[in-house]
Design a protein around this ligand. Sequence first.
Ligand code: SF4
Length: 253
Amino acid sequence: MTEIPVTEILVTEVFSAIQGEGAHVGRRQVFVRLSGCNIRCSYCDQPEALELRAGPCRIEQTPGRRDWSNASSPLPVEAVARAVDRLWRAVPHHSVSVTGGEPLAQSGRLADLLALLPGKRIHLETNATLVAGLRRVIDLVDEVSMDIKLASVDGAGVDPETHRRFLELAATRDVAVKIVLGPGTSTEELSAAVGMVEETAPGSPVFLQPVTPFGSVSAAPTPEQVLEWHDRALALHPDVRVVPQTHKLIGQL
Ligand code: SF4
């Protein structure tokens, strides 16, 4: 008899929490945090999820209780889907947030996982650098929350043209754009990013997120800086909102 290969996926954690960023602030989601990221941002608050390698992972048993069951990653996609389903059924959730790390670093495996989650709204959180990966999963995703990385803030050096091509494809779904602002944000770079959204996906909201100090980042922008950047961005695109990382204020993961 031919053995059917099992798809395994590198996962860091599965849990239920309140979304703290962007368009769905305050909504309850099941989070699937996948392992591995293709870039390194100075403010990254998920250092344990950056490496694309096997290791320990944890699965919440009851939504919001943090009653973790420890396991070893990679896990079969069926096991991850069962973990999502258990949390989803116990409390009403708005959607499943697939996050990381960078979830598109495992786009083929992610497609296999998403195929096991029919009927659940899928929200993809991504650094918007892996266009081919997005193409692989786009039909299985309902909405995309994508970053535009500014070199003056994160130091990751992402080519703006990559973000543009990513947004073009993401705009075939509901898409929201997040831009992290630091004290050294270049106004020109921010204006170019917001102008690109207006040109490529004019109906999409842009969320400006003042950086939460973490790791090597020790300061947030001042209120005056944020107001100035908001003014500039609104002159280029009508739907620009400033939303900090609210989940940190209420002690969510
Ligand atoms: S893209 Fe996200 S996960 Fe990757 S380094 Fe930047 S902040 Fe961290």
